[in-house]
Design a protein around this ligand. Sequence first.
Ligand code: SAM
Length: 226
Amino acid sequence: MRIDIITVLPELLESPLNHSIVKRAREKKLVEINIINLRDFTSDKYRSVDDYAFGGGAGMVMMIEPVFRAIEKLKNERDYDEIIYTSPDGEKFNQKMANRLSMNKNLLILAGHYKGVDQRIRDHLITMEISIGDYVLSGGEIPAAAITDAIVRLIPGAISDEQSALSDSFQDDLLAPPVYTRPSEFQGWKVPDILLSGNTGEIEKWRHEQSLERTQKLRPDLSNYE
Ligand code: SAM
């Protein structure tokens, strides 16, 4: 799989995509991630990629030309399954979307900045718009990193124990059960006996019941989760 990310702040993406599971997936060649600096596509002598908004008002807008040039160059090199724009008014990101996107071959993500990108890019080139929640961040880099991380950990082989990803929250519309590690008792706080019993069938049953209980208590809406 290949994920290309267009950004005005490549430095912001370097670290989150160079650690832990994503780093190992890149090393194992399960995913190729390319960070593309939008400023490489501007003809402006100051390398600026923003301009004033038509109609006035506060805030700058990502210019159409550099974004168009960057996307067109990449599209000429390969077919993208989706060209994603990160935006607070996009479709709310969730595990089902991550699962679906993890099955693609080539993804392109445009991280927005300033007041956002010129609407004509969204109208003509973007195929999917994703929000990571109902709040506004300063730029699309953190959303792009979050989306990429959620997708990459689902690629077969990215996590050494594949069951681990499958038992995460939101797979099967359930929250994950509680987890414990050694010591089995700390300051009088005990690990549930069942987890020390060695009875794998009963442990699985207990975990499932805990997942159901947690979901009903904390996220009853998940049964209608799309
Ligand atoms: N004026 C925009 C609005 O009110 O919708 C917000 C612009 S925000 C300061 C700059 C960029 O950050 C956005 O274009 C988008 O790419 C990204 N961004 C901010 N919050 C986001 C969120 N919750 N989900 C996805 N992207 C977000």
